[in-house]
Design a protein around this ligand. Structure first.
Ligand SMILES: Cc1cc2nc3c(=O)[nH]c(=O)nc-3n(C[C@H](O)[C@H](O)[C@H](O)COP(=O)(O)OP(=O)(O)OC[C@H]3O[C@@H](n4cnc5c(N)ncnc54)[C@H](O)[C@@H]3O)c2cc1C
Length: 483
């Protein structure tokens, strides 16, 4: 049956005139798909979802919202894991998915210009024939947008050697919260004079402006790459091997780790590769660069693993085998669905040398909470992803999972690390910002938000703890003596 498209809300009616008539959703059943992102614990319905097709439309929607005091936020693919795209305040959601063009590629100067809704992996796929690629590779790269990557300063397995999104952004076009359009990094040349607004906008989690065009750095494919898989009977040995590989002066392109529970998940899901089920940890290590040095690096990695009592270690024999190992790793979060009805991903960062102690503490949190915690993570740069497994249907279990996740972040902070490496703060970790910043440091950051977003209509209630809760949260924070 055809839906009646009569719009009762005046604002929605006015917004619908700023875009193509098929580019607005306002019926409750349509809005349900936009009530959360990858952080599914909180859900709120937006007022409407609009799909602009160009910067001018984004700007006119933002201007309308600003003039009429309507809260609004940007949304890419909605894969964010910290709740950044959740319309907490019944926002008008500005979805960038129709702005999905690759605008230009300049091979000579190694850069490309994309619209914000362009899918991450499509960039590499579009330029690989010419021998180029885009380095930041979040595991969600087959569906997340480069606009969302900029907002979250996304990382990925290969960011250990090549750096996270911010290291690959050369220019941005941004619609400010009053609808004005500015260009940052106009010439696409790094290190422009003046304040580093490009750096400020990247990772600002959609609270300072809406990105409508992005100039990224593209890289030449490495001449050679090789991948090693190593199985360990003790987590401590695997963790020590991580430190030893880096201390040996090798900078792998990627250095990933999974523990026993995580292995159980990936082997039960869509891309099993036959990992032994009785090992405690595995490492997936990739080196790349010019062909000449690769063999020697592999031999040194094998040697480090052997010194750390590796049970079995092998080098991928073909591109097909390497691709299978990576598919198994990159679908690791979703694979948790094969062993648990629900999971909560955490995203702490620690100094690499603290890996064994921190993993022990996470194990302790798991025992105390009675919830299994799987670990799949970028071990090389100390970016942990404890996955707290729970069943939301059981009363109280969601709260228990949230507490366990928060305790994991407290452990990371107390180990000298921080509360997010790549997934952002969003609403999920905003109270945990207190683990790493004091009042003045938080105030300095919210002052910046107020300069860009004085009416706080753009993505309000994200990233920073609510002032009224600060004192309370401090009081509530359990004193945990981990170190
Ligand atoms: C299975 C899975 C694996 C993942 N693996 C990784 C990983 O390895 N590394 C990693 O870093 N992340 C990972 N993520 C998290 C997520 O994919 C990233 O944070 C990604 O960058 C979000 O992009 P998106 O297009 O989905 O953005 P959304 O979820 O739609 O939005 C995220 C935030 O960005 C803002 N935003 C979106 N577009 C714009 C824009 N154009 N301008 C301004 N603000 C904007 C939104 O308001 C929101 O605050 C994973 C997620 C899943 C589900």
């Amino acid at each position: 049956m055809l839906k009646k498209n009569r719009i009762k809300d005046l604002h929605v009616k006015n917004l619908s005139q700023l875009v193509d008539p098929h580019s607005i959703l306002h019926h409750k059943e349509d809005l349900l798909a936009y009530d959360c992102d990858g952080f599914t614990i909180h859900r709120h319905l937006p007022k409407a979802v609009v799909f602009p097709q160009n910067t001018k439309e984004v700007s006119s929607i933002v201007k309308y919202c600003n003039e009429n005091d309507l809260p609004f936020l940007a949304r890419g693919a909605g894969t964010g894991l910290s709740g950044g795209a959740i319309p907490l305040n019944n926002e008008v959601v500005i979805s960038l998915v129709k702005m999905k063009r690759l605008l230009s590629v300049d091979y000579e100067n190694r850069r490309a210009v994309v619209e914000p809704g362009f899918i991450n992996l499509r960039l590499t796929n579009s330029i690989s024939e010419k021998g180029y690629y885009y380095a930041p590779d979040p595991s969600s790269q087959y569906c997340c947008t480069i606009g969302g990557n900029v907002a979250e300063n996304a990382g990925g397995a290969h960011c250990l050697k090549y750096g996270v999104t911010t290291n690959h952004i050369l220019g941005l076009e941004v619609v400010l919260p009053n609808g004005d359009v500015i260009e940052l990094g106009k010439q696409g040349i790094p290190d422009e004079p003046g304040y580093d607004l490009l750096g400020l906008l990247t990772g600002s989690e959609g609270t300072l402006g809406i990105v409508t065009k992005i100039t990224v750095r593209i890289l030449k494919n490495p001449e050679a790459k090789q991948t090693v898989l190593a199985y360990f009977d003790r987590v401590e040995d695997g963790s020590q091997a991580v430190s030893d590989i880096i201390s040996a002066g090798i900078v792998p392109a990627a250095l990933e780790m999974m523990d026993k529970t995580a292995i159980e998940g990936v082997e039960a899901a869509a891309f099993p590769v036959g990992h032994p089920r009785d090992i405690e940890a595995l490492l997936l290590i990739e080196v790349d660069g010019i062909s000449a040095g690769i063999k020697e690096q592999i031999l040194r990695i094998l040697d480090v693993c052997k010194k750390q009592n590796v049970r079995e270690v092998k080098v991928a024999e073909s591109e097909e085998e390497r691709a299978r190992w990576w598919a198994n790793r990159k679908t690791g979060f979703g694979a948790m669905g094969a062993i648990s009805p629900d999971y909560l991903v955490q995203d702490g960062v620690i100094p690499r040398s603290k890996l064994p102690q921190v993993l022990k503490q996470i194990n302790k949190i798991s025992e105390e909470s009675g919830l299994l915690i799987a670990n799949i993570f970028h071990a090389g740069d100390g970016n942990l992803h404890p996955l707290v497994l729970f069943d939301a249907r059981k009363p109280g279990e969601t709260e228990k999972a949230l507490d366990a996740g928060s305790a994991c972040l407290q452990v990371c902070a107390e180990a000298g690390g921080t509360i997010t490496g790549e997934h952002g703060v969003g609403i999920e970790k905003k109270e945990e910002m207190r683990f790493v910043f004091n009042e003045d440091e938080i105030q300095a950051q919210t002052n910046i938000r107020e300069v860009f977003n004085p009416k706080n209509l753009l993505n309000a209630g994200k990233l920073f703890p609510s002032p009224s809760r600060c004192a309370e949260v401090k009081k509530e924070m359990k004193k945990i003596e981990y170190f």
